[in-house]
Design a protein around this ligand. Structure first.
Ligand SMILES: *Cc1c(COP(=O)(O)O)cnc(C)c1O
Length: 964
């Protein structure tokens, strides 16, 4: 035997183990790919693509990588600095049990969490069924005819309700009345949102004084909460009638669990109903992610913001789901869009809907009745102990007058590991929930009892106690009567239902999702594991700071690393989607100008190629959007930009660019562009959605950007979840740091920009994912990821150039991390559209690239660094096979209206059942390649008819037989 020479320990310990897992290609693959592109090395390739003028000057100061196991250990140590207390705080966040079958098979299941937003209807039927269940659940519980799926949190949903009301009512007033006993974070976010729109928010001292404010007339909407933050259940019925007489709308923030027992707002003519679904199975997670909901009256539906799943039919006449009207409305309506919402909590919405499916109406009602009964028992005991309850009626929350004993009682609770809520002066709030047990009630009493006082016992109330819900507000109408909520109550049944739905869909766990601008990269399992640790999951966002030290450390470290990655001086992780980061960033710019005495600066220049959220966000902060042109190469037209800067110099607030551009190119003029905008007194917003082409290579904060948002669900590995959750940190240069969003409700200072999310750390519970990613990759690994993403995009562009030309490239013919394939000429020669190719890819087992954005008639491909060379080739081969099919049409072999592209995607049934009448064979239709024959994806439905669906808008569950 030959003696092996000893290997250095560092090599054996392999701290960059994860890098080779995250990046799909190895050294040998790289050599091959560079050969195809015609480059000698990755360095040469990247240096020829990223303009030298903006290249990073120094490496990122991020700790060097550790293994998966070590990163998990380190994060566990941070997590353990959080203290998991029993929460009785309420205020919109409650204890809940995530049913095990939902936890493991949805929240922890990549078939659900790695899916993309369901824009491609045919491969998204499973998650859209879950979302339509969500909409139906909300409609039934609120009594409203239409609900979306979903909103970012309750507070932003309330703000969206305010603007929806303003768009929809007769009143021309700018006054919005808010009941003072709404959750304080809701009021705070409404105030943030109202200010730039010139809406005056009048907050009543309590719900009972709302009618007095209404009596003054002159308002366009009212918001009240049901039950209120105090626990009171007000009779809001008279408000609706009065609001309608005054030409205004009544918005109601309502708790879905309470609505199983309370007369729903839809039955007393409320116009808009909103709230959170957190307590339907999503852990508190220090404030998020959770799905909020928004429901409205039928007349308002065409201006309802957010995502709406509707029912349509496919080519075979079968009912299918698809996103209705509002789909991508920002891309169509841009600065006239109703809202900037894009990514929005799909996974939490799926979980909430499944919670309702699993428990069914009886199960939900039993939980609610248990909570209400425990509340009533708790109150009886408190009364025995001599306390006065100040609320009128109660479901799960009470406010107790505690006088001088307030601190003593709260302190006792604290020492027993429980949090009560401080209310006003000399009051404590207590909220119960699904997890409350008999011993919790007895524990609570023990906090309130004076020394030596006899404690009540729950078993004394064995026969039950009448709830404190006012008799005339008790619900009598049924809900969730659709079979889906009354079928899957056994665990076997539920498991199979979940599996059946996920089997219909394509997610990253099956094949590459080459979506340009959306960066569908690996969401590593080790990154996902910590999010359900109790130390992260079971934390109330308004718990005392000394219980949140772990989160504080996570926040601090992640912000430091992201500052390194972007070159910015300060970051806030509060925005819970990229769109919210944009919104916060523009508010920061506005606040800055105001502080300089330049509050009149309100022009926002946006190139025509921008993502639709950019103009939509600008509109929300009251800026005027001026569109600037792109030149023939797809770059910002510098002459036009210069002219517009000069024309609007006095009033220029900012320019919003995306870098590298949405055209997939590193523009060489970006530095001059920034200087020019600065010279006119404007600030530069750099949309950071394309940071996957920049990390470690160039930093917007260094090359002239003043503000950016990141999409942690793109560049930093948080899964898309089928359309959310996301995290959209807002990043700023030094002089803008003071204006980062604050959060008065959480006790964080506010300088200019108040809370923009309900919770101070937004979707806090998914931050561990990005932390793990950075920790395991280290600075060089992160840079390598960027470079391989660029390499892979150029490889695809090069291999496809004879089949589908890339529309825009830099002078040397290269692209950034994505490429736009130009399919427009095919229309002329074959009648084939980009959509046909997108649908035909489904037959080959792939999710389509981004369709018709930013250029109509094109496909934008972004492979990311995580795909293997095999998978890249499989995708390329499928694209080439499709091009050969197009050639057969071009050559007249198949008619333009009867060929495998026009009929795509092909369901198994359409290929196997009945007589075959097409011009091509069944075999061709099936598109089985040697590489896919063992794992062929069969779409559950054929091509969806969108026009039919928009004409016949139908957005809740109906027995499928109704369509037959
Ligand atoms: C994804 C994206 C956004 C919006 O981000 P969300 O997280 O979906 O709100 C904005 N701009 C660009 C260029 C994007 O690709």
């Amino acid at each position: 035997m030959l003696m092996q020479s000893a290997k250095p320990l560092g090599e054996l310990e392999n701290p960059s183990e994860f890098l080779a897992r995250h990046i799909g290609i190895d050294g040998q693959d790289e050599v091959h790919m560079l050969g195809v592109i015609g480059s000698t090395s990755r360095r040469e390739l990247v240096d020829g693509i990223v303009p030298r003028s903006i290249a990073r000057k120094s490496a990122m100061a991020i700790p060097s990588p550790v293994t998966e196991a070590a990163a998990l250990r380190q994060l566990k140590a941070i997590a353990s600095k959080n203290k998991v207390f029993k929460s009785f705080i309420g205020q919109g966040y409650y204890g809940t049990y995530t049913p095990g079958v939902i936890l493991r098979n949805i929240l922890e299941n990549p078939a659900w969490y790695t899916a993309y937003t369901p824009y491609q209807a045919e491969i998204s039927q499973g998650r859209m069924e879950a979302l339509i269940n969500f909409q139906t659940m909300v409609c039934d519980l609120t009594g409203m005819p239409i609900a979306n799926a979903s909103m970012l949190d309750e507070a932003t949903a309330a703000a969206e309700a305010m603007t929806l009301a303003r768009r929809s009512v007769k009143s021309k007033s700018n006054v919005f009345i808010v009941a003072g006993d709404c959750h304080p974070q809701t009021i705070e976010v409404i105030q943030t949102r109202a200010r730039p729109l010139g809406i005056e928010v009048k907050v009543s001292t309590a719900a009972v004084t709302v009618p007095q404010l209404m009596a003054q007339g002159n308002y366009f909407g009212v918001l009240a909460q049901y039950p209120a933050t105090t626990g009171s259940i007000h009779d809001l019925r008279p408000l609706a009638g009065q609001a309608h007489i005054d030409g205004a709308a009544l918005c109601v923030a309502a708790d879905l669990l309470a609505l199983t027992l309370l007369t729903p707002p839809g039955e007393w003519d409320a116009d808009i109903v909103l709230g959170n679904t957190q307590r339907f199975g999503m852990p508190m997670g220090n404030g998020g992610p959770h799905a909020a909901y928004l429901a409205c009256r039928d007349e308002f539906k065409r201006s309802l913001p957010g995502r709406l799943v509707g029912v349509s039919v496919d080519v075979h006449g079968n009912p299918t789901y698809r996103l209705a009207l509002q789909t991508r409305e920002q891309h169509i309506r841009r600065e006239k869009a109703t809202s900037n919402i894009c990514t929005a909590q799909v996974l939490p919405a799926v979980i909430a809907s499944m919670y309702a499916v699993y428990h069914g109406p009886q199960g939900l009602k039993r939980i609610a009745e248990r909570v209400a009964t425990y509340t009533a028992i708790f109150v009886r005991g408190l009364q025995e102990l001599g306390y006065e309850i100040t609320n009128a009626g109660a479901f799960d929350s009470v406010t107790v007058k505690t006088g001088d004993a307030t601190d003593l009682i709260a302190g006792r609770a604290r020492s027993a590991g429980a949090n009560l809520r401080f209310r006003l002066k000399n009051h404590l709030g207590v909220s119960l929930d699904e997890t409350t047990s008999r011993s919790d009630i007895e524990l609570l009493w023990s906090f309130f009892a004076a020394d030596g006082q006899t404690l009540p016992v729950v078993s004394a109330f064995e026969r039950g106690v009448e709830s404190l819900i006012p008799a005339d507000l008790r619900r009598s109408s049924p809900f969730l009567s659709h079979p889906v909520f009354n079928t899957h109550h056994s665990e076997t049944g539920m498991l199979r239902y979940i599996r059946m739905l996920s089997d219909k869909d394509l997610a990253l766990d099956r094949s590459m999702i080459p979506l340009g601008s959306c960066t569908m990269k690996l969401n590593a399992t080790s990154e996902m594991i910590p999010i359900t640790w109790p130390e992260f999951a079971n934390i109330h966002p308004f718990a005392p700071a000394d219980q949140l030290r772990g989160y504080a450390e996570l926040d601090q470290q992640l912000r430091d690393w992201l500052c390194q990655a972007t070159g910015y001086a300060g970051i806030s992780l509060q925005p819970n989607a990229g769109s919210q980061g944009e919104y916060a960033g523009l508010l920061i710019i506005k606040a800055f100008h105001e502080a300089q005495g330049q509050g009149h600066r309100n022009i926002c220049l946006i190139p025509s190629s921008a993502h639709g959220t950019n103009p939509a966000s600008a509109q929300m902060v009251g800026m005027t959007v001026v569109v600037t042109a792109c030149d023939a190469q797809g770059n910002v037209d510098m002459a036009d930009l210069k002219a517009k800067c000069e024309q609007h110099s006095e009033k220029l607030a900012c320019v919003m660019i995306t870098y590298p551009s949405t055209h997939g190119v590193f523009e060489t003029h970006v530095k001059e562009l920034c200087q020019m905008v600065h010279a006119h007194g404007g600030r530069v917003y750099v949309d950071g959605a394309n940071m996957n082409a920049l990390v470690g290579v160039a930093a917007p904060g260094e090359f002239g950007g003043d503000v950016s948002h990141l999409n942690l669900h793109k560049t930093f590995c948080i899964p898309h979840g089928g359309g959310g959750p996301g995290v959209g940190p807002v990043c700023v240069v030094a002089d803008l740091v003071p204006y980062l969003p604050g959060h008065a409700t959480a006790g964080l200072p506010v300088n200019g920009v108040g809370a923009i999310s309900a919770a101070p750390l937004g979707n806090a519970a998914v931050l561990p994912i990005s932390w793990m990613y950075c920790r395991m990759m280290g600075p060089e690994g992160l840079q390598q990821a960027t470079e391989v993403a660029i390499l892979s995009a150029n490889y695809i562009s090069a291999r496809l150039k004879d089949h589908y030309p890339t529309l825009y490239a830099s002078e040397n013919g290269h692209v950034a991390h994505e490429c736009i394939l130009d399919l427009r000429p095919l229309k002329e020669t074959s009648g084939v559209t980009a959509e046909d190719v997108a649908k035909r890819l489904i037959d080959y087992g792939f999710h389509a690239p981004t369709l018709s954005f930013p250029v109509a008639g094109t496909l934008m491909v972004e492979p990311t660094e995580s795909e293997t060379l095999d998978e890249l080739d499989r995708f390329i081969d499928a694209m080439i096979a499709i091009r050969q099919e197009i050639r057969r049409i071009e050559q007249g072999e198949w008619p333009q209206d009867d060929n495998p592209l026009k009929a795509a995607p092909h369901t198994a049934a359409s290929l196997l059942k009945g007589e075959w009448k097409h011009a091509y064979t069944r075999d061709v239709g099936a598109a089985i390649l040697s590489t896919t024959q063992h794992a062929k994806y069969w779409p559950p439905v054929g091509r969806v008819d969108n026009v039919y669906g928009d004409r016949n808008l139908f957005c809740s569950c109906v027995p499928m037989s109704d369509y037959a």
